[in-house]
Design a protein around this ligand. Structure first.
Ligand SMILES: N[C@@H](CCC(=O)N[C@@H](CS)C(=O)NCC(=O)O)C(=O)O
Length: 197
């Protein structure tokens, strides 16, 4: 990888060295949620921001869920080992939090076409894009104990806007196989669930 996001020119724009980043002649935005909010405010019709506390709660839950997922991969993925000191304990802790957040989302959603009801919101964009990234890049599908989220994923994947002709080869090359760590944690979570965790 070129690691362009670690070069001084990029770090001057975002000291965290993270993507995505939106650069317009007027503004630089460095967080995926605020990028979506900016685009929605610029192109407000149809309204995808949602106006209820429930919608906002779900949007922030989805965001948090994938911060846990990203943090898990930061500590678990061999592809990222050169970038930070990886700790197996941190990987385990973040993976458990990721799975707990997925369970919370599973409980917050219904069986409608979209996560917040009959109309799409940015919660759908964030949830699908993040789940696809975790699935296609890191080989981790959504867990089977989240049937509503899985059904949402399959539905949303059919939408023309969600189609990717081919997953970028470079990304496929850096994707590690599903890690034994995950299997081990899955076993622990299943046992805990049985015991009322
Ligand atoms: N909270 C940030 C998270 C951004 C983030 O962690 N991006 C990851 C990819 S999804 C990244 O830049 N990884 C590459 C790296 O750290 O070098 C957001 O939602 O935009």
């Amino acid at each position: 990888m070129q690691q362009e996001n670690r070069q001084p020119a990029f770090l001057a724009l975002n000291p965290l060295g993270r993507i995505p980043i939106l650069i317009t002649p007027e503004i630089v935005i460095r967080q995926s949620t605020s990028i979506l909010e900016y685009l929605e405010e610029k192109y407000p019709s149809p309204n995808m921001l949602g106006s209820t506390p429930e919608t906002r709660d779900l949007i922030y839950m989805v965001n948090e869920c994938y911060v846990f997922a990203i943090s898990y991969f930061d500590h678990a993925s061999p592809a990222l080992a050169a970038r930070l000191e990886q700790k197996a304990d941190a990987a385990t802790a973040f993976y458990i939090q990721y799975r707990q957040a997925l369970s919370a989302i599973e409980q917050m959603i219904g069986d409608n076409d979209f996560l917040c009801g009959e109309h799409p919101t940015i919660a759908d964009c964030m949830m699908f894009a993040s789940a696809q990234y975790v699935h296609r890049l890191y080989g981790e599908p959504l867990p089977i104990d989240c049937p509503k989220l899985n059904a949402f994923y399959v539905r949303f994947e059919q939408r023309p806007s969600a189609a990717i002709p081919e997953y970028p080869k470079l990304l496929q090359e850096i994707a590690p196989p599903p890690s034994p760590l995950t299997t081990q944690i899955d076993r622990t979570l299943t046992t805990r669930n049985r015991e009322g965790f």
